[in-house]
Design a protein. Structure first.
Lengths: 172, 154
């Protein structure tokens, strides 16, 4: 039996290997493997694209849509911090909406967690009432490696492969 | 610009957002369970409002005016920067700022440059295939139609 066929017939092993690979814990032959795109479409789409540089920093794009159709988007470079990354911006600003601090973590299970600091919510990057809060992308939200998503902020907004057909916002 | 013209822009903007987001006099819970009233106004403690309570049309207008002021201000500033004087365009540009934030020109730098350059048809087409268009097709269509209705830039 070929190894690929064996894997396909063993869903549990396949899931484990995929999680390890997504989490970057398996050796790969391509530098592109240190990049990742996650997409969710629950209650408004949520998209994250990240690419780790050799120095450990993470170029990323994040777009969070509320169920009402409001959006908040961020595009920047997060610094390595512990096992994850942290993005900060405008931390001397007078309001929590203008201050911005994001913690980005990838678990060994392949999930990605993005958390906005309640005291630095980044909301000035979004529309009225749009917020990041905490976004958990499970392993099943992993879509693959970055292709053009991080070329520039507008390219990130054309991450068409992430889109799942909306069901309830035809009037928006 | 006359005060009358500004009032008309404000009125049209409120009408546009109300059409897209709805307008309710009773305090309700949105899909995330947050208390909401009027035109998508999130209730804050200082509003002193409870679930089910009703507010007047004037109060709805007041909430909206406050919530939307930065978007309207940004729209007027952006229109000026882009050399757009068509008053009918302002509510649609304000709607974009209301939905995406006043920094939307940084999120869509190429589209914004097309607008500044007067390439309105190109700008409208550039929005096809974006996550924005996929998520809220009607709102993007609003903006595309508004762009296509602009007179050629002199």
């Amino acid at each position: 039996m070929h190894f690929g066929v064996f894997l396909q017939s063993n869903n549990r092993l396949w899931s484990m290997l995929l999680a390890l690979w997504v989490a970057g814990l398996l050796p790969t032959t391509s530098a592109a493997a240190s990049s990742f795109v996650y997409c969710l479409s629950q209650g408004g789409a949520k998209v994250f694209a990240g690419r780790e540089a050799t120095g450990g920093s993470l170029a990323f794009g994040l777009s969070v849509w509320s169920p009402a159709g409001q959006n908040i988007s961020l595009f920047g470079v997060a610094a390595r911090r512990g096992a994850g990354w942290q993005y900060t911006e405008n931390m001397q600003a007078s309001t929590s909406a203008e201050r911005c601090r994001l913690d980005i973590m990838r678990g060994a299970d392949g999930a990605l967690r993005v958390v906005a600091d309640p005291g630095a919510t980044c909301q000035s990057h979004g529309g009225v009432n749009a917020e990041i809060g905490t976004v958990l992308f499970p392993l099943t939200a992993y879509e693959g490696i970055v292709t053009t998503e991080l070329d520039d902020p507008e390219a990130f907004q054309k991450a068409g492969r992430c889109w799942k057909p909306p069901t309830s916002r035809k009037s928006q | 610009m006359s005060a009358q013209q500004q009032d008309q822009e404000d009125t049209n903007f409120e009408k546009l957002i109300a059409e897209r987001e709805g307008r309710r006099n009773d305090v309700y819970k949105d899909s995330l369970g947050k208390l909401t009233v009027g035109i998508g106004h999130l209730v804050v403690p200082s509003d002193h409002l409870n679930f089910g309570e009703r507010i007047s049309d004037e109060q709805i207008d007041a909430f909206f005016e406050k919530d939307s002021a930065p978007a309207m201000q940004a729209a007027r500033s952006q229109a000026s920067a882009a050399g757009i004087t068509d008053s009918a365009f302002i509510p649609y540009l304000a709607s974009v700022n209301f939905q995406l934030g006043i920094g939307w020109t940084n999120t869509f730098p190429h589209t914004w440059k097309m607008i500044v350059d007067g390439k309105y048809e190109d700008a409208a087409k550039a929005l096809d295939g974006t996550l924005w268009a996929e998520q809220t097709p009607v709102r993007v269509k609003d903006f595309q139609n508004a762009l296509r209705s602009l007179p050629p830039k002199q």
